[in-house]
Design a protein around this ligand. Structure first.
Ligand SMILES: Nc1ncnc2c1ncn2[C@@H]1O[C@H](COP(=O)(O)OP(=O)(O)OP(=O)(O)O)[C@@H](O)[C@H]1O
Length: 259
């Protein structure tokens, strides 16, 4: 059964149709890739799914419910969480503190319980830290627990960001170009971590420009260009689809002409 289904979703900015009747469907347990040339509409699709933008047309069905146009906090509360292209951590806070900041979105404690240190608060906060410990283990971050994130390598910061997203206990983790800015070794390590996240029962949807990574990691791909779906299938099919090859070669030619 599909977990997330976009049905003919359209998003327009002024005269630009950033998403044009886009449909695709993500099943539970997928590592699903969205690819396409620059400006194709990939990030706009993610922004519509996570409630940052309200689409003009179409439905975004999450577990049977249309969530198009809902508030981002409500969508996050339903189990859909994302990371952004640019890392957005609290630089002076430690790895563990950054991760627990994501946990507090999930936690049910109130300021009153915190102020008076009630038994519920103590129990809840202990559970939060235990969860952070598990996430740091999963993400290979335990040795950096107390270090401020701003002093860590970019590849580790990326892992912290994903760890913070995991702290909300998502069912769907959306990653916007997770390998951007990472070197080959960091990219390989990230791929292994994404596989581990999937094995822990979380469905993953990602945008990525690193084609080697996409082709090795995902089980299904939707290719978009000028906001429209131009192809869909498994990595083997996509790599040999002439329409996809043309879209990428075409965009390279355009870039060369511009330079
Ligand atoms: N907030 C916005 N206001 C106006 N136009 C926008 C906005 N966001 C995106 N667009 C336009 O929508 C189109 C799709 O942009 P989008 O960022 O979704 O593409 P993308 O596939 O994610 O590109 P990239 O790979 O370069 O990140 C582009 O023409 C872009 O200029």
């Amino acid at each position: 059964m599909s977990l997330l289904e976009l049905k003919s979703v359209t998003k327009v900015f002024g005269g630009v149709v950033a998403m044009d009747k886009l449909s695709f469907s993500v099943n539970e347990g997928d590592i699903y890739g969205i690819i396409g040339p620059n400006g194709a509409g990939k990030t706009t699709a993610f922004n519509c799914i996570t409630g940052i933008y309200k689409p003009e047309e179409g439905e975004i069905i999450w577990k049977g419910e249309n969530i198009a146009g809902m508030h981002p906090c409500d969508i996050a509360g339903k189990g859909i969480v994302r990371t952004f292209q640019n890392i957005r951590l609290f630089g002076k806070m430690s790895v563990a503190e950054n991760i627990i900041s994501g946990r507090h979105q999930k936690s049910k404690q109130t300021w009153f319980q915190g102020l008076f240190s009630t038994p519920f608060y103590k129990k809840d906060e202990k559970e939060n830290w235990l969860k952070v410990k598990d996430i740091m283990k999963l993400m290979g971050l335990s040795e950096y627990a107390t270090i401020p994130t701003q002093s860590l390598a970019y590849g580790i910061q990326r892992r912290v960001e994903i760890g913070r997203a995991l702290a909300t206990e998502p069912e769907l983790l959306i990653l916007d170009e997770p390998a951007a800015g990472l070197n080959e070794k960091e990219t390989f390590e990230l791929m292994e971590l994404i596989k581990r996240i999937k094995d822990s029962g979380i469905t993953v949807l990602l945008i990525e420009h690193d084609m080697d990574m996409v082709m090795q990691l995902v089980n299904k791909i939707t290719v978009i260009n000028f906001g429209k779906k131009i192809s869909e299938g498994d990595p083997e099919y996509i790599q040999s689809d002439p329409v996809v090859i043309e879209a990428y070669l075409g965009s390279e030619d355009d870039e060369e002409e511009e330079n």
